[in-house]
Design a protein around this ligand. Structure first.
Ligand SMILES: [Zn+2]
Length: 314
């Protein structure tokens, strides 16, 4: 049986899948990214992992025909170059070439969130929709604009940076250099941070809670949790209202750790989004279906697309 390798490089872990042409998962694996040892160590870890996955495929009797690698940051897909990632610290890494030289099969390099969007389009919550927005809400927030099963990158590979839509001008400084960006209120790390600050102000104990734990406390009526959660919902609603006016996506597939809060997030977000949209029709808001496997499954699909392109040309 033929298979493709999908490798998703995250800030802390790399997740991999070997998939069949119909998306069936044949094997999965994960390893640390090695970010603490610098960008060169991350590149070595990626290339070694790809080689081990190719070996794992042949041990299992699969013929590996292609690979896809999904990475964070700014990616030039046409040249297969990872241009920049603040998270990993690399610049101008010819990752497509390096992996191809090591494993000897065609390699596609793509953006992690866009890869996840492609997977949700073909295997997950976006099936049956011609267009939608995939919005994973985790440590940071970026979106994939998916049309006909492909995620668009924009003129400079920068499409979908919705986390940096300013929702509070003059607000909290953001890591991007601006202030009052949506992700300073709605990312998982921001929710956790704001909750800790508010609890301290109220004289509560300073136990650090994750965004998921804050979400759980919203249901119990914890006032600090509700205040922080409402701010996050309002920031998301305002940014999504802007996106809706530009793109009219029809559907927004919400994933990531904060998306795992399910209706605790989606129910108030639907209401707040509808309140911002006066004449425009609000998109449907649903949970993502593939969880943290979306990136590796999407990377494998990028690999399969290379093979399908070859077939259609021959
Ligand atoms: Zn920002």
């Amino acid at each position: 049986m033929h298979c493709a390798i999908g490798l998703d490089v995250g800030g802390t872990a790399m997740k991999a899948a070997l998939t069949a042409a119909d998306g069936t998962v044949l094997h999965t694996d994960r390893r640390p990214t090695n970010r603490e040892h610098g960008p060169d160590a991350v590149v070595t870890a990626i290339v070694d992992f790809a080689a081990d996955l190719a070996a794992a495929a042949s041990t299992r009797g699969f013929e590996c025909g292609a690979a896809g690698v999904a990475v964070p940051g700014i990616v030039e897909e046409t040249t297969g170059t990872a241009l920049f990632s603040a998270n990993i610290g690399w610049r101008d890494v010819p990752l497509q070439k390096l992996v191809n030289e090591r494993i000897g099969v065609p390699v596609a390099l793509g953006h992690d969130v866009r890869a996840g969007g492609v997977a949700e389009a073909r295997l997950g919550a976006g099936r049956g929709y011609r267009q939608f927005l995939f919005l994973p809400i985790g440590t940071g927030i970026a979106a994939a604009i998916v049309i006909d099963g492909q995620a668009i990158g924009g003129a400079n590979g920068g499409a979908g940076e919705v986390g940096h839509i300013v929702v509070r001008p003059g607000g909290e400084p953001c890591g991007c250099g601006s202030a009052g960006c949506m992700e300073t209120l709605a990312s998982g790390s921001s929710i956790a941070r704001h909750y800790a600050v508010l609890q301290a102000k109220r004289g509560g104990n300073a136990t650090a809670l994750s965004a998921a734990e804050v979400a759980a406390r919203v249901a119990t009526g914890d006032p600090a949790a509700s205040a922080v959660w409402n701010d996050a919902v309002e920031a998301l609603a305002l940014a999504l209202a802007h996106v809706t006016l530009v793109l009219d996506p029809g559907l927004v597939v919400i994933g990531g750790g904060v998306g795992d809060a399910g209706e605790t997030l989606l129910a108030p977000l639907r209401k707040a989004l509808a309140a911002h949209l006066t004449f425009a029709r609000a998109p449907r808001l649903v949970r993502a279906e593939l969880g943290d496997a979306a990136g590796s499954l999407g990377a494998a699909l990028m690999g399969w697309d290379l093979l399908d392109g070859d077939r259609s040309q021959s």
